[in-house]
Design a protein around this ligand. Structure first.
Ligand SMILES: *[C@@H]1O[C@H](CO)[C@@H](O)[C@H](O)[C@H]1NC(C)=O
Ligand SMILES: *[C@@H]1O[C@H](CO)[C@@H](O)[C@H](O)[C@H]1NC(C)=O
Ligand SMILES: *[C@@H]1O[C@H](CO)[C@@H](O)[C@H](O)[C@H]1NC(C)=O
Ligand SMILES: *[C@@H]1O[C@H](CO)[C@@H](O)[C@H](O)[C@H]1NC(C)=O
Ligand SMILES: *[C@@H]1O[C@H](CO)[C@@H](O)[C@H](O)[C@H]1NC(C)=O
Ligand SMILES: *[C@@H]1O[C@H](CO)[C@@H](O)[C@H](O)[C@H]1NC(C)=O
Ligand SMILES: *[C@@H]1O[C@H](CO)[C@@H](O)[C@H](O)[C@H]1NC(C)=O
Ligand SMILES: *[C@@H]1O[C@H](CO)[C@@H](O)[C@H](O)[C@H]1NC(C)=O
Ligand SMILES: *[C@@H]1O[C@H](CO)[C@@H](O)[C@H](O)[C@H]1NC(C)=O
Length: 661
């Protein structure tokens, strides 16, 4: 049976209206890519976001083990090494400031419905979504009263000397209202950046207006002070001697200005240092930054890309051949290696009482790598990398979203002049964010551990998530690509039991959702619990297809449950029906069949609940139809109803389908 998400259903009714009015600047022209994907795509000249390059999956590793056990303690008290408590919003997005009008919509009343649908999917699972808006463009951005044509952002080309040719960004306060409207619908919370290109002429308007519009309802997370300051010298925007102590001084100037600005009520939400790895984090901590500015700092952050495609993009560095480095993304060592330089810092941050955030990351800088960043291999990689960061006591990880000219976007709107006949392209790593949202759920209390499973190899990592002392979910990955099925593995899970001196605690049944694709090279046929966003230009931001959740009967006498993980693929295992329901899944009464299919009209929301739920105003309430089929008639001309529906559905966190009373 087809799942209708009610919010998605309503929003999509509006989508033609919305799509018709999107304005995009400096769009990369691109060739039609309805052509089928093939390896012979080296001559593709269109936009990177739709590049059809398909790589060859690495061979099946020799001696791959397909059977192993996982033993869990029934209590977190005896599980050494659990992370700090994590939120379902752990994995969020970093959106380049210049593309907000493409991603969010042209203004506060014309929002991009597919974007709202995508965020709604995450909010349903995690309760909220964290988004950083910034990037290189934040440094020179200027808030202006109005722009020609009534637009809310515009770029001035060629006005900065930065080698990345970053344009100066002009924007109006409408950007903040747009963000606030999005937040009211899907509970997004925002990091912004204070322009830092010139500390003798600070432009604090982003903090003044941003606070005024976003802070009240709790939508503002903080302001970055500087973006990648360890690259300033290389980019030619500071003297070649620019060092951590110079950054310390510049940070102090901003902190003092914020303290002295009566229009910035919150003084302690600044984020530093957002370095990329050219400077070690320790070299910044050792300036005394945290101690000196403890009353200004809200979070510590870094930004990092494990490799780059800058030679192809800008002729900088050395060329990278995607096929040669594909395998580097396809094992558990990748995430561990990327994070290793930060372990001392996550511990230092914890001791300092500050969250430590990966503020901008993705598979490769300068746009990502064709055939890697946009394929299922990156889905598994980003899932493992994200969970590894959570296990390593980061408090968030933002996957970067660029424009049409990058390969790694979690989501890409169609070029403006094609929005009438093309939909959005959902990138392979968006699936990773859904799985992370479900794995942690909305409690804010999820602790994760890397189980070091199957130490025979690095291709089958596994994580357990504990909540309130008990194991609730497992994430199992299989990086191997083997269409024969011979590399699917089966793990035997035990919770408690005499082997570890505990009583048996393995449940009678577990639920399993699978994240699968035919190979790690796959770009369009990626499914999460049987549902997909489809391929290039195919999505309105909703998952399509019927949901398929497996129920597995455990053997309580032997205290074991067996879960098979396909090659390639990942499994999210729910160890109780509560753990399943909490992650945005319906609280189904029983799980007696092997597949759970959501049915229509199983849940219902009282308008009085709507009137008091988060992020919405009772005054904007308008009744809809009682029938799913003709609901559109009452909604077509009313965005305010959409906001009511969005706020209500998602704040209750229980709905898969509903009807109006
Ligand atoms: C879309 O706009 C680009 C850039 O102006 C142009 O090159 C391309 O031909 C247009 N495509 C269509 C289908 O109109
Ligand atoms: C791609 O480019 C190569 C080298 O320039 C050329 O030999 C080949 O014919 C081109 N392929 C297609 C399909 O145009
Ligand atoms: C928002 O954009 C739409 C479409 O371009 C336009 O009709 C409307 O006037 C704009 N609203 C504001 C407040 O600028
Ligand atoms: C969205 O923003 C506009 C402009 O600020 C405002 O008038 C409108 O009420 C908002 N809409 C919703 C649904 O919150
Ligand atoms: C900083 O950016 C602003 C706005 O883009 C620009 O006017 C100014 O010249 C820049 N200052 C420096 C020192 O680069
Ligand atoms: C960890 O970071 C602190 C603060 O910078 C530093 O003093 C200490 O030496 C670092 N420890 C290691 C092992 O790098
Ligand atoms: C695993 O990944 C690491 C780090 O990316 C890479 O160096 C290594 O070559 C990979 N190993 C295999 C067997 O592919
Ligand atoms: C994460 O923090 C917890 C709590 O302080 C600690 O026990 C654990 O060892 C840390 N994990 C890592 C990988 O540093
Ligand atoms: C999609 O992939 C699944 C395996 O993940 C496979 O069973 C199915 O046949 C594929 N569908 C298409 C249309 O290729």
């Amino acid at each position: 049976m087809r799942l209708f998400h009610p919010l998605a259903f309503f929003l999509v009714i509006l989508s033609s209206l919305v799509n018709a009015s999107v304005t995009v600047y400096h769009q990369v022209p691109f060739a039609d890519s309805t052509a089928t994907t093939s390896a012979a795509s080296a001559n593709y000249t269109g936009a990177a976001a739709y590049d059809p390059t398909v790589l060859t999956p690495p061979p099946v590793p020799a001696g791959f083990t397909t059977q192993f056990g996982i033993q869990l303690s029934s209590s977190s008290a005896t599980m050494q090494g659990l992370s700090i408590p994590q939120k379902g919003s752990f994995m969020g997005f970093s959106i380049e400031f210049t593309v907000v009008n493409q991603i969010f919509g042209v203004n506060a009343t014309y929002l991009q419905v597919p974007f709202l649908n995508l965020m709604a999917l995450l909010r349903e699972r995690a309760g909220e979504v964290h988004i950083r808006v910034g990037g290189n463009t934040q440094e020179t951005a200027v808030l202006v009263d109005s722009l020609p044509g009534g637009v809310m952002v515009a770029k001035e080309r060629g006005t900065t000397t930065d080698v990345t040719a970053t344009p100066t960004l002009l924007y109006t306060a409408e950007v903040f209202y747009t963000m606030a409207n999005i937040s009211a619908l899907v509970n997004t919370k925002w990091f912004l950046g204070i322009p830092f290109n010139d500390t003798s002429n600070l432009r604090l308007a982003i903090a003044e207006v941003g606070e005024a519009v976003l802070s009240g309802p709790g939508y503002l997370l903080g302001f970055q002070v500087g973006n990648e300051p360890d690259l300033y010298a290389a980019h030619g925007v500071r003297p070649s001697t620019y060092s951590p102590s110079d950054y310390f001084g510049d940070f102090g100037i901003v902190a003092a200005a914020v303290n002295n600005d009566a229009n910035i009520p919150v003084k302690n939400n600044l984020v530093a240092p957002s370095i990329t790895g050219q400077w070690t984090p320790e070299s910044v901590w050792d300036t005394g930054l945290i101690g000196s500015y403890s009353s200004s700092l809200g979070a510590l952050a870094v930004e990092h890309y494990p490799t780059d495609n800058c030679f192809a993009e800008y002729g900088i560095g050395s060329p990278v051949v995607p096929q040669d480095v594909f395998q580097n993304f396809l094992n558990h060592t990748s995430g561990i290696n990327i994070i290793a330089p930060y372990l001392n810092s996550t511990s230092y941050a914890q001791a300092s009482g500050l969250p430590f955030i990966m503020m901008e990351t993705n598979s490769a800088s300068c746009g990502g790598l064709p055939g890697i960043s946009d394929a299922f291999g990156a889905t598994l990689w980003a899932l493992d990398y994200g969970l590894q960061m959570a296990y390593s006591n980061f408090s968030g990880a933002m996957m970067h979203v660029g424009g049409q000219d990058v390969y790694y976007n979690p989501f890409t709107p169609p070029p403006t002049n094609q929005s009438a006949y093309h939909q959005w392209t959902i990138g392979s790593i968006f699936y990773s964010t859904i799985v992370v949202a479900e794995a942690f759920g909305p409690s804010g209390n999820a602790q994760i551990i890397d189980l070091q499973a199957n130490t025979d190899n690095m291709f089958t990592p596994a994580y357990a998530i504990y909540e309130n002392g008990a194991p609730v979910r497992l994430v199992l990955l299989n990086y191997v690509s083997d269409p024969s099925g011979a590399s699917d593995y089966t793990t035997t899970i035990s919770i408690g039991g005499s082997a570890i001196g505990q009583s048996n605690a393995t449940p009678a049944q577990i639920q399993v959702k699978y994240l699968v694709a035919p190979s790690v090279s796959e770009k369009s046929n990626i499914t999460w619990a049987g549902q997909t966003f489809g391929g290039t230009f195919e999505s309105d931001g909703r998952l399509t297809g019927s949901e398929n959740v497996q129920t597995i009967n455990c053997d309580q006498s032997s205290n074991t449950c067996q879960v098979t993980v396909p090659a390639p693929g990942a499994a999210l295992v729910f160890l109780s029906s509560n753990a399943y329901a909490e992650s945005g899944n319906p609280s189904t009464q029983t799980f007696s069949t092997t597949a759970v299919t959501k049915t229509a009209n199983t849940a219902r929301v009282d308008p009085s609940v709507l009137a008091t739920s988060n992020g919405m105003s009772g005054a904007t309430w308008e009744p809809g139809s009682t029938s799913k089929g003709d609901i559109g008639a009452g909604l077509r001309n009313s965005l305010s109803v959409v906001s009511v529906v969005g706020a209500a559905v998602l704040s209750t966190g229980v709905l898969c389908t509903w009807f109006w009373s």
